[in-house]
Design a protein around this ligand. Structure first.
Ligand code: FPP
Length: 242
């Protein structure tokens, strides 16, 4: 049996929820004179590697930004390639049920072709009771759209007389987000050299620690992940208190 990886810090210092913006696939490919799609293929392999590694070291929740609501504006062939990668990784999930990772789609499933949206629903149902780690796949995801959707749902409850506006709480809003079954983000990692949040988990990252690095996502690896965790463990989180 493969040796289980040890976390780089004591288990009680690990972040509970790590969110990752997988950035830099296109630049990685360009540097090698390859089409952007080659960067996404390599990025997909790293996604799989980091997913497995995070589970091995005991991360409870992890979220990956796979496809934003704005990514539909990319050239057709790139979008097509990303959709095919999504199909491939969704299919692969059936091959590693023994890893007992629960998958949740964070995003609007209405935007996908029917087979992809069906696969998301099926994978969520079949992995729903898995307890080793929960992985959120943000696809057709945008934080502002997610919050807008939550507001629409709550407004409908107010309209129907089921909720008094004075009773709307932060917890209630959280319960109408795609992440309703996940805790807030503790650590947000963005490789690829940019230092921005790009409409990813805005509400959920209110108190997150941010870790940026220049490594392009297709070059990211467990060592880099460890570096982010070690940096996280060094920071003191005060949640607005002193
Ligand atoms: C950003 O790099 C990356 C994406 C828009 C796609 C991320 C998708 C994957 C890593 C592949 C598959 C994963 C799943 C879960 C299906 P970019 O293209 O913006 O890179 P650039 O900034 O260098 O142009």
């Amino acid at each position: 049996m493969a040796r289980k990886a040890e976390p780089p810090v004591p288990a009680e210092m690990l972040p509970r929820h790590v969110a990752i913006i997988m950035d830099g696939n296109g630049r990685w490919a360009k540097k090698r004179g390859l089409p952007r799609s080659a960067g996404h293929v390599q990025g997909g392999l790293i996604f799989r590697k980091i997913l497995r590694y995070a589970r091995e070291i005991g991360i409870e929740y992890i979220s990956f930004y796979a496809f934003s609501t704005e990514n539909w504006n990319r050239p057709d062939d790139e979008v097509h390639g990303l959709m095919n990668l999504m199909r491939k990784y969704l299919k692969d999930i059936y091959g590693f049920f023994d890893e007992r990772v629960r998958f949740i789609l964070l995003g609007d499933r209405g935007g996908f072709e029917q087979d992809i949206s069906d696969m998301f629903t099926d994978v969520e149902a079949k992995t729903g009771s898995f307890e080793k780690m929960t992985a959120g796949i943000a696809a057709n995801y945008g934080s502002r759209r997610e919050i807008t959707h939550a507001v629409q749902e709550i407004a409908a409850l107010v309209r129907d007389g089921k909720v008094d506006p004075a009773d709307i709480t932060e917890e209630m809003i959280g319960q109408h987000l795609y992440t309703r079954e996940m805790p807030d983000v503790d650590l947000l990692i963005r490789p690829g050299g940019e230092q921005r949040i790009s409409n990813f988990l805005l509400w959920q990252s209110a108190y997150a620690e941010f870790y940026f690095c220049d490594t392009l996502w297709p070059d990211f690896n467990p060592k880099e992940f460890d570096k982010a965790i070690i940096e996280y463990a060094k920071r003191t989180r005060r949640f607005g208190a002193v």
